[in-house]
Design a protein around this ligand. Structure first.
Ligand SMILES: CC(C)(COP(=O)(O)OP(=O)(O)OC[C@H]1O[C@@H](n2cnc3c(N)ncnc32)[C@H](O)[C@@H]1OP(=O)(O)O)[C@@H](O)C(=O)NCCC(=O)NCCS
Length: 193
């Protein structure tokens, strides 16, 4: 049954117009570290890893959800497609299990601003819908992360909520959160190049 598929079971690699995508591997942690560690990359990410060892531990902890995007053999994008249980009433738990996914993305700053973030995010969206077979995808970010919000909009996700000061940033500021989603039954916009 499609909805119980894992990322590992899909046909890899996948290709978008300019990227080759495959599941993340443990060894990738070291390859992405030189750009993943940059302050502009980590500004809005959940986990700040002060050392490569911390980064490796964090990377390996989420390995089953990781997808990377390569250009000319180099990893320039790191993302996640994390299958999740939908909320349900107790007696519907089994039918709701694993029916949605959360997606997220980070790009090497050296390649940002060329539409690759949008291209990678659209590929993650399609992996969740067409590969894992989920019925709904969600993405969320700090509301002031305008680049990521724009990516969400460009791949067709709908703004479903702005949550007032729900999130504490490591700067000590309480920030609004923004949540976006799309159903498998809804249209996906074609990507403009
Ligand atoms: C979010 C991110 C992946 C976007 O990557 P990218 O390759 O620059 O994205 P694209 O080139 O596809 O641009 C997407 C859109 O965002 C817009 N954008 C980029 N930076 C922006 C900014 N600072 N403010 C507003 N819009 C911005 C672009 O103009 C483009 O919209 P347009 O086509 O209407 O002009 C990248 O900025 C990133 O990795 N940021 C750090 C990590 C992060 O915050 N990840 C998300 C955590 S939720």
């Amino acid at each position: 049954m499609t909805r119980s598929r894992t990322l590992d079971e899909l046909d890899w690699p996948l290709r978008s117009a300019r990227l080759t995508l495959r599941p993340g591997r443990s060894a990738d942690a070291e390859e992405v570290w030189p750009w993943y560690r940059l302050p502009e990359v980590q500004e809005y990410t959940t986990t700040l890893s002060p050392t490569l060892a911390d980064h490796r531990t964090w990377w390996d902890g989420g390995l089953e959800t990781r997808v990377v995007g390569l250009q000319e053999g180099r990893i320039v994008a790191a993302g996640k497609v994390a299958r999740q249980d939908a909320w349900s009433q107790a007696e519907m738990r089994e039918q709701a299990a694993g029916r949605q996914a959360e997606i997220g993305w980070v790009l090497d700053p050296a390649v940002q601003g060329r539409g690759l973030g949008t291209e990678f995010a659209a590929a993650l969206r399609d992996i969740a819908f067409d590969g894992l077979g989920v019925r709904r995808i969600e993405a969320s970010c700090f509301a002031e992360n305008h680049a990521s919000r724009r990516v969400m909009e460009k791949i067709g996700l709908r703004l479903e909520g702005i949550f007032r000061e729900e999130s504490l940033h490591r700067s000590g500021r309480w920030l609004d959160g923004a949540s976006y989603a799309l159903l498998a039954s809804e249209p996906r916009p074609p990507l403009a190049r």
